[in-house]
Design a protein around this ligand. Sequence first.
Ligand code: P6P
Length: 338
Amino acid sequence: MTTERNQTLGEFIIDKQEDFKYSSGEFTRLINSLRLAAKVVSHQVNQAGLVDIVGAFGKQNVQGEQQQKLDVYANEVFIKTLINREIVCGIASEEEDDFIAIKGKNGGNDNKYVVLMDPLDGSSNIDVNVSVGTIFSIYRRVTPIGTPVTQEDFLQKGSNQVAAGYIVYGSSTMLVYTTGNGVNGFTLNPAIGTFYLSHPNMSISQDGHIYSINEGNYVHFPQGVKDYIKYCQAEENDRPYTSRYIGSLVSDIHRNILKGGIYIYPTSTKAPKGKLRLLYECNPIAYIVEQAGGKASDGYNRIMDIEPTELHQRVPFFCGSKNMVEKAEEFMAQYPQI
Ligand code: P6P
């Protein structure tokens, strides 16, 4: 008797190995290490109410944000897992001031990939039991293999990404990633610790009826954003749209991919460059959403074309259903780009 079941993440990676242009066991081991770290963090996140792991860590990160204990924990789990498996030559993290150059046994490093990540995005939601997520972005290094990585290996345009993904720790834990051949989602069965393919070939509708933005900042927004919000709220055609904002980027993006919608974190007088970080939040999410058929810009230019200048640089972020992003860009174009 054959038992029909969904493919596991491990089987999927083997099955799709030839799709990955840099097909090498190293990449497979890299995704597998992220899978292990995701399971470890998921276990802790799902116990957050029971063990002394919620609440502030008592320090601030480079962003000046109060580090939550799970932030620190998740950061350590992903870094240790990647180092222990000797898969990458460098790591950058929202929780680390500078990038981490990983030295191999001989002091150099023959590994090809660097990982940039937000180990626990939306962490301020942890102690109110709202979904949080991990975001990761993978590049091939651009400096010579065998030498220590430099900042140049991390400051690459998003269009150079070889893979990107997120893990959403919600009602279930899901890992969603792309290597440039579409987007696939895997749901964790915690009873056996296995991720199963639950959302093959994820795609976002060209149009949507959900807009995600923190309207509490309305008075601080650029006029183009204010105009777009009023457009979303107008009683016309298929509008008004529904406003849904969880305060957790991964959760808002995941819902908008599945149901259609736009997420906007614009500049404001309080956040003159926006809040989200280009390298380990916007670029990986942009890669995933574009691979799902959507669009991601800073209101004017494609996110993945932006030439990075700093590890933790922030950019405005308009991301989701293609026609919704383009409508928002139309409103932005009516005013001079500040
Ligand atoms: P605000 C979480 O801190 C985060 O980086 C995203 O996950 C989320 O969408 C956004 O910031 C929330 O920011 O200013 O609306 O609370």
